[in-house]
Design a protein around this ligand. Structure first.
Ligand SMILES: Cc1cc2nc3c(=O)[nH]c(=O)nc-3n(C[C@H](O)[C@H](O)[C@H](O)COP(=O)(O)O)c2cc1C
Length: 169
């Protein structure tokens, strides 16, 4: 089973937006091979219209070029990018997105895909808060095992977590 097949099987009803970029580098950039329903909901588009697109369609006037340059450098170096971007939905409305993007590597360490966990930040960054509760817009209510596993590993909360998938078989 490939990493993509595993993600497809487990992530379809996750509460966090999940988008996977394919390994083939088009001249204009790699394209989306998978997005879950929560990602479609987050970006305000039908998931089927997202597949095959380059993930720049969410950018607009207030998307900071400096942050995109940092993102670009991380991708080029095969490193994780964890940051905040101003994204735009299909209807033109903007939202603040927490983007946690990391490479998925094969057993021999080649980058096979990039996967990004994305969600809307609804509380102003820097505002003191005792917990993450209420900081993010819930996308959908779900109690599926994949989302629970993400919660357990605290993906999107702590920078030290690495999702490791053995794609050798
Ligand atoms: C998995 C993945 C998810 C991404 N999600 C977003 C996003 O939500 N918003 C955005 O502006 N860029 C996103 N990008 C980044 C852009 O595709 C692109 O890498 C970024 O604009 C920097 O590259 P550029 O300098 O070639 O534009 C994503 C990239 C990857 C690989």
């Amino acid at each position: 089973m490939t990493a993509l097949e595993l993600i497809r099987a487990l992530a379809h009803d996750a509460t966090v937006g999940i988008v996977v970029i394919g390994p083939v580098i088009e001249p204009s950039g790699p394209t989306i091979v998978y997005a879950d329903l929560a990602f479609g909901q987050l970006v305000g588009r039908d998931v089927n219209t997202i597949i095959g697109q380059i993930p720049r369609f969410m950018q607009g006037k207030e998307t900071r070029r400096e942050t995109l340059d940092t993102f670009h450098r991380a991708l080029a170096a095969g490193e994780r990018f964890h940051g905040y971007l101003t994204n735009y939905r299909g209807d033109g409305s903007k939202y603040r997105a927490e983007v946690d993007c990391r490479p998925l590597r094969t057993a021999d360490c080649r980058i096979q895909n990039f996967i990004s966990f994305e969600r809307e930040v609804v509380r102003r960054i820097g505002r003191p808060t005792g917990s993450a509760a209420g900081r993010y817009e819930p996308v959908v209510i779900s109690d599926d095992p994949f989302t629970n596993a993400l919660r357990e590993f605290a993906i999107l909360e702590h920078a030290s977590v690495v999702l490791f998938l053995d794609t050798s078989s």
